[in-house]
Design a protein. Structure first.
Length: 242
């Protein structure tokens, strides 16, 4: 059985993945933005789940989350599920936080990053990107950047399976009640990539939709763009991905 940390798991796809993985016998660490949000995972904690707390829009709190995870012991997989769709937290939560957590948490065997089909309309241009969140960023750009981060980690850390997942447009709080995709399939792929012994689930550098590889935006596998992204994030955070 694996030990999995899931960001943004107080509700939505993160909570559903945590509940499913726990039911399958895995050890799960959930994450809530603040102490008040812990009430949303109290039932899971009562079943043996561990919980960490921190606002991923704040780099200092993100660093603290990494420390809390490491204090609980090594993890086998991290599912970078947390994300926002609107507002000034898009870049800090969707891109900076998964970058920092990747750099700071003791290296697991598997990493899963949640992107979106909307990454296809993202711009492979880092000029003027405000990583701090003082200005609202583009959701599509953020999802292109996080898919690129996943591919860069796959290249730099060959011993780690690093993949990006498009969960589809599913009926969560973010997706809305009218979203047309299957809710179960929305969290199945990340669970599978985090824990399965299937040889396909042990591959790296993929962009997945409902357990099927797809071709991402061409920039995702552009090594020069990957390096520019990593350099920009290292410069902003003062933490290099080594």
């Amino acid at each position: 059985m694996a030990r999995i940390f899931i960001t943004g798991s107080a509700d939505g796809l993160g909570r559903l993945a945590a509940r499913t993985l726990l039911g399958d016998g895995h050890e799960v660490i959930v994450h809530a933005r603040n102490a008040g949000r812990l009430a949303a995972v109290e039932d899971l904690v009562d079943q043996g789940v561990s919980a960490v707390v921190g606002d991923l829009a704040d780099p200092d709190q993100t660093r603290a989350v990494a420390g809390q995870v490491d204090a609980l012991g090594p993890v086998d997989a991290v599912i970078h599920n947390a994300g926002v769709y609107r507002g000034d937290q898009i870049m800090p939560v969707n891109v900076v936080a998964p970058y920092l957590l990747t750099a700071l948490i003791s290296r697991p065997r598997r990493l899963v990053y949640i992107t979106s089909g909307m990454h296809e309309s993202g711009r492979a241009d880092l000029t003027g990107v405000d990583w701090s969140g003082r200005r609202a960023g583009s959701y599509s750009d953020s999802k292109l950047f996080v898919a690129t981060l996943a591919a860069a980690v796959a290249r730099l850390w060959p011993e780690v399976s690093s993949n990006a997942v498009d969960p589809g447009w599913v009926p969560t709080r973010m997706g809305g009640p009218g979203a047309p995709d299957d809710l179960r399939l929305g969290h199945l792929t990340q669970e599978w990539l985090a824990t399965s012994t299937d040889p396909e689930a042990r591959t790296s550098g993929g962009y997945w939709f409902h357990q099927r590889r797809r071709a991402p935006h061409p920039a995702v596998h552009d090594r020069a763009f990957q390096d520019r992204l990593l350099d920009a994030l290292a410069g902003h955070t003062g933490t290099a991905l080594t």
